[in-house]
Design a protein around this ligand. Structure first.
Ligand code: 5AD
Ligand code: SF4
Length: 586
């Protein structure tokens, strides 16, 4: 990755889309339709053994067109207690993992990390084992990202490496199966299967429940794909297996997809239409995480604050949606449903010692009730991501963001008045179609004016979106990179200034563990999600006067801030405390 395209903090990309499918239908049609045969029919060298021939004959007598229609119209969310019938052409036994070892590799945003946990939860139930050793794997699954061209190039390169691994595999072992999951599977579909014959399965973001079947088909030496997008899949009943090393924090997916259709963004096409997970199932997951002792939950979604639970009739009314002042939507205004403020209220009541964050929001969905709640509730972090994308109203219009620079700046002031001390972050794109030097200067001035605490800055990367069809990618690459470099410099200067206002303050820090750079320092995050580094020292525990303790991951400690840079704060620890006991700050 070019260093300038590297995001300054953690790279996130979120995302939606229309229906598309190879899947069940094409499996059945494999022999009949030559246009699909290259994607779905076995290659000659794979057709040897008897068991496979047996499988193929059963496959040929497989699901009928009626079966396909039935499964397409059936609701996708099922109670975990329900036992599904196997597809008529596969035996139950063939759907089982038979202790095959799966290696999962995640690229892109936090949504993909969560999707990896969902995919793994489904495979684990089906009898697969997980391995973190690539050499040991029988199945390698890449959970992919398409947000920028660079992200896709990384996957193509990785596939070339994996091809070598597959070719070198001794015949004594079961053949290695390779799968592409997520956005790139959705976007490129047959192109991947055709270009990389060694890819055995493709599963789009709404098709993870189908993984056991896809892998069973792959066992026979055939390629298999399901890239159907769904209007209602939220994996509400699939409890993700939290595999991150963190003992303190977890991500909880609350909605999927995006209806905004910003002109530069591929996400609506790869992740489908906006849909929300029922509140009851979100609360159940948060309660479980609290019982496990986790101290921080980040609610996740492509448009997290557009959350709307209309899963029950009584939630639906003609109540219009409150948008932020001066903001519009690209779609017909929606009505009713339980909205984000309601969810935030419920989630933050589960455990007052658990910090609540959310990402990634859209600026249009910050009505006063959300801001008020963030202000009032101690355990909702005073941190808002407010992706601006550009500081020029002309570019914002070309991007179809639904607001002007003025409306955005007014929202920033309103948020700062409503939530004193709030920490703000943003996303920006440099060099979008038609962006002039004057537009760029406007973005620079927005960075100066708002003085964000965190920023995620990108050079525009043309994708097959509305902008691709209607606008011209006319800013030369070197100009994009020069503008990006300028934005990064300005962002850093302003963030350093913003973060330096914390020097001398006492902040509540959730301890994560040892600092990566020094074994004598600990590292944690403040309420604004900035990294705080401090020496690992003995301290008082406010709830046990006289007791000297050392901070452990998951502890809340008060840290006196002594210095600040654009990305990190440093300080010394004062005492161990609880979230409720610590309204102390500057
Ligand atoms: N090129 C560059 N950046 C993009 N983003 C989305 N699409 C593109 C693109 N085509 C950025 C936006 C978004 C973030 C997740 O990724 O800033 O907010
Ligand atoms: Fe993409 Fe815009 Fe949706 Fe964000 S809001 S995922 S940028 S279309």
């Amino acid at each position: 990755m070019h260093p300038l395209q590297c995001v300054l903090q953690v790279q996130r990309s979120l995302g939606w889309g229309p229906l598309a499918s190879v899947s069940w239908l094409s499996l059945r049609m494999c022999r009949a339709h030559s246009s699909l045969s290259s994607t779905m029919c076995p290659s000659p060298e794979r057709q040897e053994d008897g068991a496979r021939k047996d499988f193929s004959s059963r496959l040929a007598a497989g699901p009928t067109f009626q079966h396909f229609l039935k499964s397409a119209s059936a609701p996708q969310e099922k109670l975990s207690s329900e036992v599904e019938d196997p597809p008529p052409y596969l035996m139950m036994d063939e759907l089982l993992g038979r202790q095959r070892k799966v290696y999962l590799e995640t690229y892109g945003c936090q949504m993909n990390v969560n999707d990896t946990e969902i995919a793994w939860s489904i495979l684990q139930k089906s009898g697969y084992l997980r391995t973190s050793n690539l050499q040991e794997a029988d199945v390698i699954l890449l959970v992919t990202c398409s947000i920028r061209e660079k992200a896709e190039q990384t996957i193509w390169n990785r596939l070339h490496q994996l091809k070598a691994l597959k070719t070198r595999r001794p015949r004594s072992r079961v053949p290695l199966r390779i799968g592409i999951l997520g956005c790139m599977a959705e976007r490129l579909k047959e192109e991947i299967l055709n270009r990389e014959k060694m890819v055995d399965i493709l599963a789009g973001p709404d098709a993870y429940r189908d993984l056991p079947r896809l892998l069973a088909v792959a066992e026979s030496g055939q390629q298999a794909a399901n890239v159907l997008l769904s209007l209602d899949e939220t994996y509400a009943d699939v409890m993700p297996v939290q595999t991150s090393a963190s003992a303190t924090s977890a991500f909880v997916s609350i909605m999927r997809g995006c209806d905004n259709m910003c002109s530069y963004c591929i996400v609506p096409f790869t992740r489908g239409r906006e849909r929300s997970r029922p509140i009851a199932s979100i609360l159940e997951e948060v309660k479980k995480l609290s019982e496990q002792g986790l101290k921080e939950v980040t609610l996740l979604g492509q448009n997290v604050n557009s959350f709307r639970d209309n899963s029950e009739v009584q939630f639906n009314s003609a109540v219009p949606t409150n948008l932020s002042r001066g903001f519009t939507t690209n779609y017909k205004t929606k009505q009713g449903g339980l909205r984000f403020a309601h969810l935030l209220d419920q989630v933050s009541r589960v455990d007052p010692e658990m910090r609540i964050r959310f990402t990634s929001p859209h600026p249009k969905d910050f009505p006063d009730e959300v801001l008020q709640l963030i202000h009032e509730r101690d355990n909702i972090c005073k941190q808002i991501h407010l992706p601006a994308q550009s500081g020029s109203s002309r570019v914002l219009e070309a991007m179809r963001r639904g607001y002007s620079r003025e409306a955005y700046v007014e929202l920033v002031h309103h948020i700062r008045e409503s939530i004193p001390g709030v920490s703000l972050s943003s996303d920006f794109i440099a060099g979008f179609c038609g962006e002039t030097e004057e537009d760029h200067v406007q973005t620079v001035s927005l960075l100066r004016e708002v003085q964000y605490n965190m920023g995620f800055l990108f050079a525009y990367s043309m994708r097959q979106t509305r902008a691709y069809h209607r606008l011209k990618d006319d800013v030369p690459e070197e100009v994009k990179l020069r503008r990006l470099e300028e934005l990064i410099t300005i962002f850093r200067e302003e963030a350093t200034k913003a973060n330096q206002t914390s020097v001398g303050c006492t902040q509540l820090v959730l301890v994560e563990g040892l600092s990566k750079r020094s074994a004598t320092d600990l590292c944690g995050r403040n309420d604004g999600n900035l990294k705080v580094i401090f020496p690992d020292a003995e301290m008082e525990d406010v709830n046990n006067p006289g007791l000297r303790v050392r901070a452990q991951p998951g502890d809340y400690v008060l840290v006196k801030i002594t210095s600040a840079s654009s990305q990190t704060l440093r300080g010394h620890v004062l005492c161990r405390t609880t979230l409720r006991d610590s309204s102390a700050y500057c």
